[in-house]
Design a protein around this ligand. Structure first.
Ligand code: AMP
Length: 285
């Protein structure tokens, strides 16, 4: 039997644990999640294990980062399952605050990163990145970790967090972990459970298309033409396309002609489910 994980729900209890570790000269890594833990999250816990003595996993479905017509209420929640798999994966502490702990009455401060948050997912989801930036800033201040691990699955989010940590001089190293995929290429996501069997069968075409765009770029095709071909392919397969974009990997600035290095990113809808994915160009495998 795997040992039960220590669960804390208040900033006070969290800080008592972290202070004890610090007194013992132990280093701390934070893996923020919204729960519905899958192998993608667990890969970040494994990466954290190589980076620090202690691992905090946070579980908080952050209302601030959902739009009014988005899936906040439907978002999958299963804390006891999450606690068990996180314990087995080597996480030392589960920080699972109530919304009232995170956002007490009269909470009114917002962290807004600007620039990087204005297009791609930011254009389709107004206020989303302010919600992410605000909660991640709070999690970093509450946990005060040496390192925090985020997935490249949410590539724009990873860059937004690196930027806010730099801009606000938060003393933490942000580390990106590679995307974990199903055997057929679909990136693992808590939202994949929303897909019907028919949608699930179509979903891997997203990754295949991103790879096809990257291959066309490798062959010298211009960024705009390759992205447009990707959008056309996805629409033909029945996806509603939010964007297919070829961007500068560190700044997400648009690229237009032939490129040497880029990130290819897309967001699509299959029915009510929004899926995002991205690949590096040149492809790594
Ligand atoms: P979420 O619970 O969806 O907010 O995700 C929590 C963290 O896990 C974020 O840093 C995500 O980028 C990361 N993550 C989600 N899915 C994957 C995946 N398939 N591979 C790697 N990391 C992931």
């Amino acid at each position: 039997m795997t040992p039960a994980i220590d669960i804390v729900r208040t900033v006070r209890d969290l800080r008592i644990r972290v202070t004890a570790w610090r007194k013992a000269h132990e280093t701390v890594a934070l893996v923020p999640t919204m729960g519905a833990i899958h192998a993608g999250h667990l890969s970040l816990v494994s990466l954290a294990e190589t980076q620090s003595d202690r691992i905090i996993t946070s579980l908080f479905v952050n209302p601030l980062q959902f739009g009014p017509r988005e899936d906040f209420h439907a978002y999958p929640r299963n804390e006891s399952h999450d606690a068990a798999v996180l314990a087995a994966a080597g996480s030392d502490l589960l920080y699972a605050p109530e919304a009232s702990e995170m956002y007490p009455p009269h909470f009114s401060t917002k962290v807004s990163v600007g620039d990087l948050t204005e297009d791609l997912c930011g254009a389709a989801r107004p206020n989303h990145f302010d919600g992410v930036a605000t909660v991640v800033t709070k999690l970093l201040l509450q946990c005060a970790p040496d390192k925090a691990i985020f997935g490249e699955k949410d590539y724009q989010q990873l860059l937004v967090i690196k930027r806010l940590v730099r801009d606000l001089n938060i003393q933490v190293e942000i580390i990106g972990g590679p995307i974990v995929r199903e055997d057929d290429g679909l990136a693992l996501s808590s939202r994949n459970t929303y897909l019907s069997p028919t949608q699930r069968a179509v979903a891997p075409i997203l990754y295949q298309t991103l790879r096809q765009v990257a291959r066309e770029l490798e062959q010298g095709c211009g960024a705009d033409a390759a992205a447009e071909a990707g959008r056309f392919k996805l629409e033909a397969e029945g996806f509603r396309v939010d964007y297919v974009a070829v961007r500068e990997p560190d700044t997400l600035k648009p690229l237009h002609g032939p490129v040497q290095v880029a990130r290819v990113l897309a967001a699509v809808h299959l029915g009510k489910t929004r899926l995002i994915d991205n690949v590096p160009m040149p492809l790594e495998d």
